[in-house]
Design a protein around this ligand. Structure first.
Ligand SMILES: O=C(O)CCCC[C@@H]1SC[C@@H]2NC(=O)N[C@@H]21
Length: 242
């Protein structure tokens, strides 16, 4: 198991992990907090984490080019589904919404925030993972879900982190050795909303379309209702009719 530093309270495990990388600590290591006072979500959003939920950031220095860092979100999302799928009473509704929201029947169970920084020693990477285990915080887009309401047995943060660490370590290794192809294919197998019309918001633009899969760096390939194919590197995807 990768070493874990546990804190009772932090502003954000992301900040602690990034500060360590900047100070020359190359990891790999997990920073875990029982509470965060300023948890960070994607696109500048906040992440609420009541005690009893997993809030942890993996950090390390990886021998990869900066342009591959976008692929990491998908590696991490697959690690999360691999770790929690066996715990669920009914596993089928577990899906990943582009890029990396893990949803259960459309309700958000886990959020992932991957950040990186070029260091003298390589690419410093922080993968922050929040899994709602005990409680589903209100205010999450897609309405929240909590693992323990869906699991066959109640889970602890420690047991979920152990399974997550094993899955992430194996998947990072595989991605570093063999590239992104298998990750992209496995992500597509679990992709949320494959057969539905989605709304893609890229401020100030918005378009609708059907998702087709990922490009080589994890951008979303989408077909417009008129048949034109677009590649979406950033933005938010939602399913308004849901
Ligand atoms: O869905 C999102 O917007 C991403 C949420 C990521 C939350 C985790 S909790 C552990 C780590 N520390 C943070 O401040 N954020 C990430």
């Amino acid at each position: 198991m990768t070493p874990v530093d546990l804190f009772e309270t932090l502003t954000s495990t992301q900040t602690e992990a990034l500060n360590r990388l900047r100070a020359g600590d190359c990891g790999p290591r997990w920073i875990r907090a029982e509470r965060q006072t300023a948890g960070q979500g994607r696109m500048g959003r906040q992440w609420e984490g009541p005690s009893g939920n997993l809030m942890a950031s993996w950090y390390g220095v990886l021998p990869v080019e900066m342009r591959r860092v976008t692929q990491l979100s998908f590696v991490a999302a697959l690690a999360v589904t691999e770790a929690i799928r066996p715990l669920l009473r009914v596993p089928d509704p577990l899906k990943i919404k582009w890029p990396n929201d893990v949803l259960y029947e459309g309700h958000k169970l886990c959020g992932i925030l991957a950040q990186s920084e070029t260091l003298e020693t390589g690419l410093g990477v922080v993968i922050g993972i929040g899994i709602n285990i005990a409680e589903a915080p209100q205010g999450l887009s897609y309405g929240p879900a909590a693992l323990n309401a869906l699991a066959a047995q109640p889970q602890t943060v420690e047991s979920v982190l152990e399974a997550l660490d094993a899955a992430l370590t194996r998947r990072l290794d595989d991605w570093l050795t063999h590239g992104f192809e298998a990750t992209a294919a496995q992500w597509w197998d679990q992709a949320y909303g494959r057969d539905r019309l989605c709304l893609i918001e890229q401020h100030p633009q918005a378009r609708t379309g059907t998702i087709l899969g990922l490009d080589d760096y994890g951008a979303l390939r989408v077909r417009d209702p008129d048949g034109t194919i677009h590649v979406i590197a950033s933005g938010s995807v939602s399913y308004p009719e849901a």
